[in-house]
Design a protein around this ligand. Structure first.
Ligand SMILES: Nc1nc2c(ncn2[C@@H]2O[C@H](COP(=O)(O)OP(=O)(O)O[C@H]3O[C@H](CO)[C@@H](O)[C@H](O)[C@@H]3O)[C@@H](O)[C@H]2O)c(=O)[nH]1
Length: 253
């Protein structure tokens, strides 16, 4: 891994989780920056983040006016991370379900890849918590369905714990991703593959969130199903438009 890394944490009502998450990240990666993207959380998560930022120049906060979905929060966060000049950009849930302790292995994969995908479904990966059976089933079946239709060889297509080089993110152009919910993860991976990024899958453990509740809803699942099916059908009849290919810069800050 080359260059300065930033961990982008989207938050909506994570006041109880954020402080613990920050100390866990700083314990494993003291040199990494953190960027919180908060959607005006009613529980005051944004104010907690502001307090960290006022004490630490490597802690950034992006405030958005209201709950706009995970995808748009990441798109805004990635854009800010690039404006700030970070060369390695990590995305992670802010609730402890992605273990900060898995960050070093995720980042190490960028020595030979452009995108590192944290995967629950490769040997060594898995679920650490108590997922209800239907959630496990949705996740596994969803990954297989999307992988088959979009011809993506990765096993975990919907996971949200990933690291990108700046060059990869520039090639993927997240600003053009239109999915709002968890389908965002699928669309990002698809664009990474179509941009010629080298993608590594790294085993991770997905834990139960520390506090609070998931924002997953049937609408979010339906968005993913509808979109992936439409993309798959469209590609059965015509090839998708080629995306600009990644250009890897030699000099990394
Ligand atoms: N800023 C912002 N953050 C949000 C929003 N919705 C959710 N988040 C934040 O995004 C993270 C994940 O949200 P959860 O609602 O806890 O996600 P999940 O159901 O556990 O889903 C996770 O696993 C899925 C795969 O199984 C992933 O697809 C998904 O991205 C996420 O990682 C948390 O930090 C949460 O606060 C939003 O509208 N705005």
């Amino acid at each position: 891994m080359n260059g300065r890394a930033v961990v982008v944490l989207p938050t909506y009502n994570e006041a109880e989780n954020l402080p613990r998450m920050v100390s866990r990240i700083q314990a494993v990666l003291p040199e990494a920056a953190i960027l919180v993207v908060d959607d005006a959380s009613p529980d005051g998560t944004g104010r907690i983040a502001d307090r960290y930022a006022s004490a630490d120049p490597a802690f950034h906060v992006l405030h958005r006016p209201g709950k706009g979905g995970l995808g748009p929060a990441y798109i805004a966060g990635f854009a800010r991370a690039r404006e700030l000049g970070y060369r390695v950009i990590v995305q992670s849930d802010a609730d402890g379900s992605h273990r900060p302790e898995d960050l070093p292995v995720l980042l190490a994969a960028l020595d030979t890849a452009d995108v590192a995908v944290g995967s629950r479904w490769v040997p060594g990966g898995g679920l650490g918590g108590h997922w209800p059976w239907y959630r496990k089933r949705i996740s596994r079946v969803g990954s297989r369905y999307a992988g088959t239709l979009l011809k993506l060889p990765q096993k975990d297509i919907t996971g949200g714990f990933r690291a990108f080089t700046a060059d990869a993110l520039d090639a993927i152009r997240p600003g053009l991703v239109t999915s709002r919910g968890y389908c965002f993860q699928i669309e990002m991976l698809d664009r990474a593959a179509r941009s010629g990024c080298r993608i590594a899958e790294v085993p991770i453990t997905f834990d139960d969130r520390m506090h609070g509740v998931s924002k997953m809803s049937p609408r979010i699942v339906f968005e993913a199903f509808r979109r992936v099916t439409a993309w798959g059908l469209a590609r059965a009849f015509r090839r998708p438009k080629p995306l600009p290919q990644i250009s890897r810069s030699e000099a990394r800050a």
